[in-house]
Design a protein around this ligand. Structure first.
Ligand SMILES: Cc1cc2nc3c(=O)[nH]c(=O)nc-3n(C[C@H](O)[C@H](O)[C@H](O)COP(=O)(O)OP(=O)(O)OC[C@H]3O[C@@H](n4cnc5c(N)ncnc54)[C@H](O)[C@@H]3O)c2cc1C
Length: 465
């Protein structure tokens, strides 16, 4: 085991977006301080990126994990600039503003126009009337409790209270499937959609908050990716100077001792003055166990159910009847196992040859974990039969691909904010130890990167001061 250099060694466990953001931000701090910090990223797989993985097959660009990111974190833009990728950032095609929900046996547009929305049939007359009353609904006060998880409320209960049960069931639940592959009744409103809860607190109503945003001219954050796919970002960060990435090195344990920590990996022990754990769940829990058994136990309570992502590409002609759109989500209870389908070639340019229609269908999650365990052929057959029923695509695909994530997206159950507080109370006193990733503060790529950057910055400052 080599001793760390005098200025200190930071070991980052996990070369996904969050871990690489930690490494990048630590390197920025070192340059700012004019000090040399050794920054080592240990990644279990043979390449960086974690779930941000882009593959190329049959002239198609395939995103097996995240397909894009929310452009809502200034630090993410800073990192993109630092990698020289600003010119590669890609906005969706205008048609991708159109989104559908499959309900009542057909696709219905989730329109922003109140009239078109009312006519879509997504809500019945009672549901529409109840939704229109949202601005009149009393806002939740501090101290109101749901009897279960302290002040926390499930996303379904939050939506039902504000918008009515029909909107919660037919609109919010499918949208939640698209983001968490999760059940709105089993997710914490405050943790999963903090912005909605903040809107209610600030304006007393979601509609009033949206109107105020429009009056301020504040556009909602955009959905973005990169010309060459989402993995461009982790690859570019890993190539920055001042960061040493060691792939195919799985960390097996972290122990306190020596100058700080001993990080045991498949390639031997590494001494570290500071550690950022940016492995995904459940690996992160096992690694945290070496420094805090109670934090590890709490992390083990956060479920991360499996998902399968099925790509089907159709030649020109097979899908000409399909309106270009972002895609659709499927309300539960329709007899369809697919959670939703993204029309990749209609959303971002450069995802396939002209005329090709590339569909990306999602299965599994907490609502149907068994679907993610079906065999490849079964999943492709299921996708094709469900695309026929939902989108009317009745053609043989020119190419298919199945990707699997055994631990896909952490589920923030009601009580998650309290769990996060307990984990942080256990870990904060351990100088030099930081937990990044998307287990605690937001499951999306942009939040995982922001949290990683925060951890990297704190770790570097501790070492450099
Ligand atoms: C199907 C799917 C679709 C998604 N779509 C979107 C989307 O469209 N937009 C969006 O914003 N987010 C999306 N997400 C979420 C997004 O993937 C995560 O926000 C992001 O990957 C989190 O980054 P991370 O670095 O925290 O974790 P990960 O990407 O999981 O990276 C963790 C890394 O740690 C490594 N690791 C694990 N254990 C060890 C160990 N013991 N030793 C060393 N290394 C280890 C892993 O190999 C991996 O490289 C999606 C996720 C899935 C599964």
């Amino acid at each position: 085991m080599s001793e760390p250099p005098a200025a200190g060694r930071l070991v980052v466990v996990g070369g996904g977006p969050s871990g690489l953001a930690a490494a990048w931000k630590a390197s920025v701090e070192a340059v700012r301080a004019g000090a040399s910090l050794e920054i080592v990223v240990l990644e279990a797989e043979d390449e960086v990126g974690g779930k941000a993985r882009t593959e190329h097959a049959a002239d198609l660009l395939i995103e097996t994990g995240p397909q894009g990111f929310l452009d809502d974190q200034p630090v993410l833009r800073e990192m993109i600039d630092a990698c020289g990728l600003s010119g590669e950032v890609l906005a969706p095609e205008p048609a991708a503003n159109r989104r559908y929900i499959y309900r009542g046996g057909r696709l219905r547009e989730l329109s922003r126009s109140p009239l078109a929305f009312a006519r879509s049939g997504l809500l019945g007359p009672i549901g529409l009337a109840r939704l229109a009353m949202e601005p009149l609904v009393r806002s939740r006060q501090d101290g109101d409790t749901d009897g279960g998880a302290g002040d926390d409320e499930s996303l379904f209960d939050f939506a039902a209270r504000r918008m009515g049960r029909q909107a919660a069931r037919r609109l919010i639940s499918p949208v939640v499937l698209g983001i968490f592959a999760g059940d709105a009744r089993q997710l914490s409103a405050a943790a999963a959609f903090p912005r909605l809860v903040a809107m209610e607190r600030a304006y007393g109503s979601l509609f009033k908050a949206m109107r105020a945003g429009r009056r301020r001219g504040a556009p909602p954050p955009g959905h973005r990716t990169f010309l060459q796919g989402i993995q461009s970002l982790p690859r570019a960060v890993a190539a920055l100077p001042g960061i040493e990435v060691r792939c195919s090195q799985r960390v097996t344990a972290i122990k306190r001792g020596g100058r700080g920590f001993t990080v045991a990996s498949s390639a031997g022990d590494v001494a570290a003055d500071a550690v950022v754990v940016a492995a995904d769940l459940p690996a992160a829990a096992d690694l945290v166990d070496g420094v805090s058994a109670s934090a590890a136990d709490e992390l083990r309570q956060i479920a991360s159910p499996p998902m399968a992502v099925v790509h089907t590409a159709f030649d020109a002609g097979a899908a000409t009847h399909i309106e270009p759109a972002y895609g659709f989500l499927v309300a539960r209870g329709e007899g369809i196992r697919m959670l939703g389908c993204q029309y990749e070639t209609a959303t971002f340019r450069g995802r396939g040859p002209d005329g090709t229609f590339l569909a990306r269908s999602l299965f599994g999650g907490s609502v149907d974990p068994e679907a993610a365990d079906l065999g490849d052929a079964q999943l492709v057959d299921l996708t094709l039969s469900e695309l026929r029923r939902t989108a009317g695509i009745d053609a043989e695909p020119a190419w298919t691909g199945v990707a699997r994530w055994p631990h896909a997206i952490p589920q923030y159950a009601p009580g998650h904010p309290q769990r996060v507080a307990r984990i942080e109370a256990a870990l904060d006193p351990i100088a030099g130890f930081h937990l990044a990733g998307n287990a605690l503060h937001g499951v999306g790529l942009s939040r995982a990167i922001a949290v990683g950057a925060e951890c990297g910055e704190s770790a570097a400052r501790e070492l450099l001061n």
